[in-house]
Design a binder for this molecule. Structure first.
Ligand SMILES: [Zn+2]
Length: 287
């Protein structure tokens, strides 16, 4: 069991910060490919997603580097094993890293003992590939056990799997505290997530509905609303992209254009989940 704990005082960002943008790059490549009834992946969907590991992740790294922004790379354990150079380059560039299950399992469908093993396997993948102990976790499809397992068996600082708020909050259980940094899908999967949850209506319809302009407009609308609101109260803009979706040339241009747009505004900063966690833990824990 765990409980949410109230912050020690009203949250705020450091002086001069109006909208922190927290970028999540989902580096999961082909792990979530649609499976046929015989258990084999749909080759069309598989190869489209494989683009993420082969090309898309590299393009997103380049764009973030060009804009000098840091984000958090949300990486499946199996993806780290298949594309170890990407994970190593992400670390070298100074981004944060979180685990994203092993093969993009929908944890809501797994009993707790299997979920625990999958989290352990994912943590181990990053130790093998990069010699690091990951500090953050995100599963797109959390189970009722996810937070308890993270608290009881691991030493994560933060989780970003839950979709229920605009701002982070502390949770406590099993003798530990972690920060929940809520997730939202204002990004490259904004429309598809609505029609593909939990599975696409057909194996041949995945993310194609999200055109570059649709993605740009979604990001801009979200940003404009938060920038206005950020004048009087604390806000946080989650920006989630996937290597195989936003990594395509035309959609990556939409990200490039959005970053150029947002950076013009005073008080806009780009923070990793690790940085947000550090700020929150330092300022808002009860003594
Ligand atoms: Zn995912």
């Amino acid at each position: 069991m765990w409980n949410e704990i109230s912050p020690a005082k009203a949250p705020s960002w450091p002086e001069g910060v109006r909208v922190p943008i927290v970028i999540s790059v989902h580096h999961q490549s082909e792990e979530a490919a649609v499976l046929f009834e015989d258990g084999r992946p749909d080759p069309f969907d598989f190869s489209e997603r494989q683009y993420g590991g082969r090309r898309g992740a590299w393009r997103l790294l380049e764009i973030m580097d060009d804009h000098k922004v840091k984000g958090t790379w949300i990486i499946c354990g199996a993806t780290a094993k298949k594309y170890p150079q990407v994970t190593r380059e992400v670390l070298k560039a100074g981004h944060a890293i979180a685990g994203h299950t092993y093969e993009h399992e929908m944890m809501c469908n797994y009993p707790p003992e299997e979920e625990l093993e999958l989290i352990r396997k994912t943590v181990g993948a990053f130790e093998d590939v990069a010699g690091i102990r990951i500090r953050g976790w995100r599963t797109c499809f959390a189970s009722h056990h996810t937070l308890d397992l993270l608290l009881e068996h691991f030493t994560f600082d933060w989780d970003a799997s839950i979709w229920n708020d605009d701002l982070p909050y502390l949770i406590e259980g099993h003798g530990r505290r972690i920060l929940e940094i809520p997730f939202s899908q204002y990004g490259d999967a904004s429309l598809a997530i609505q029609i593909t949850n939990p599975a696409p209506p057909t194996p041949y319809c995945t993310w194609h509905t999200n055109t570059p302009r649709f993605i740009f407009n979604t990001l801009k609308t979200q940003f404009d609303a938060l920038y206005e609101r950020g004048a009087t109260r604390p806000v946080l803009m989650p920006l989630s992209v996937h290597d195989f979706i936003m990594g395509r040339p035309s959609r990556s241009k939409a990200l490039d254009d959005f970053l150029t747009y947002a950076k013009q505004f005073p008080g806009v900063v780009f923070l990793t989940h690790d940085e947000i966690c550090k700020h929150w833990m330092k300022n808002y824990q009860l003594a």
